[in-house]
Ligand binder design. Structure first.
Ligand code: PHE
Length: 346
């Protein structure tokens, strides 16, 4: 009897020292676990004189349920405390300033490029792409620019050294100098009538305030049985009016390209001085924005089209130049310096 009281007292004093769930589990094992003090006492009941067993048994049962009850209460209190501690540890201070994530935006060249594409898609043109590393055949030969043709000097070509050519000067692989080779590739895949544009990067060995070694062009091509120069004028006028506004004057000036005949250059009234004459239009009141013309029969021959039956027009423009004029930018290199103070203005 005394012994049971003693166990109870000991349990209570040890319980007072328990600070966490781990210590609680140990205390539980020590008293009512498989080898616990109380468990062993119950097991040794059989060694007591018969008449004492029921009374001692009852006392031990009471002690066991008392301990179980106390441990349960303590466990609840400790769990709550622990949960509170975790909450404090992980809690979020909603008064702190957030992390600012800078939103990205389209580069001005891509914005204008997309605008150009949208205008032509609205007029029924599809979009065609071709390789930037191009065969001499597609960049020159098939466009009526043979090897000794002086027009090759018009474009400062980057030649690619290939395995089969030791001397890179006679290499037949180039970085395309214009998007016109996509005309040829596009025609090889199609039968007229069709119309498509070819936007993309082009390369020329040239660098100053108005030239960079890489820039963007959009080429256009429309072929059919009854395509005329009037269609070319109409399409390009609509284009200019969409991009620069409906009041913009447009004029066609005779010019020369090996792959078109007749050829023209398209000017718009200077959007900076309104045609009065300024530094940008060099006093002329006009700005050149496009090259164009009727597809040369030699070009149709190189893709096997019937030159009697089919007519077509082609045009090409530089996206950097159009963007500079649209926004009054006077140095092309600003597009490629990635200065955020410049880029954020678009
Ligand atoms: N390919 C010419 C250039 O890069 C532009 C052009 C395209 C002219 C189509 C006429 C017709 O200068």
């Amino acid at each position: 009897m005394n012994e049971i009281e003693k166990i109870k007292e000991e349990f209570q004093s040890q319980k007072a020292d328990v600070r966490d769930l781990n210590a609680l589990r140990q205390l539980k094992a020590r008293y009512i676990g498989k080898k616990g003090i109380v468990t062993q006492k119950v097991r040794s009941l059989s060694s007591l004189p018969k008449e004492e067993r029921p009374r001692v048994g009852r006392e031990l049962n009471l002690l066991k349920s008392f301990i179980e009850e106390e441990l349960k209460k303590l466990e609840k209190a400790l769990s709550e405390e622990e949960a509170k501690r975790n909450l404090l540890k992980d809690h979020i201070d909603i008064t702190l300033p957030g992390k600012y994530i800078e939103p990205g935006s389209y580069h001005p060249i891509n914005q204008v490029l997309q605008e150009i594409i949208d205008i032509f898609v609205t007029m029924g043109f599809s979009v065609e792409e071709g390789p930037e590393v191009e065969l001499d055949y597609y960049n020159f030969e098939a466009l009526n620019i043979p090897r000794e043709h002086p027009a090759r000097d018009m474009q400062d070509t980057f030649y690619i050294r290939t395995e089969t050519s030791d001397d890179f000067i006679v290499s037949d692989v180039v970085l395309r100098t214009h998007t016109s080779p996509v005309q040829i590739r596009g025609m090889e895949k199609r039968k007229p009538p069709f119309r498509f544009i070819a936007p993309g990067k082009v390369y020329r060995c040239d660098s100053d305030v108005s030239h960079t070694p890489m820039f963007h062009q959009v080429e256009g091509l429309m072929v059919g049985e009854d395509v005329t120069f009037a269609d070319l004028k109409g399409v390009l006028e609509i284009f200019v009016h969409q991009l620069f506004g409906p009041q913009t004057p447009v004029r066609f000036r005779p010019s020369y390209f090996p792959f078109t005949e007749p050829s023209a250059e398209v000017d718009i009234g200077c959007i900076l001085c309104g045609g009065k004459g300024c530094r940008v239009c060099k006093g002329t009141g006009w700005l050149e924005v496009l090259g164009a013309g009727m597809v040369h029969p030699k070009v149709f021959e190189s893709v096997g089209y019937d030159t009697e039956r089919y007519k077509g027009f082609a045009f090409g423009m530089g996206v950097e130049r159009l963007t500079m004029l649209k926004y009054g930018i006077d140095d092309i290199r600003l597009f490629f310096e990635n200065d955020l103070r410049f880029l954020r203005q678009f």
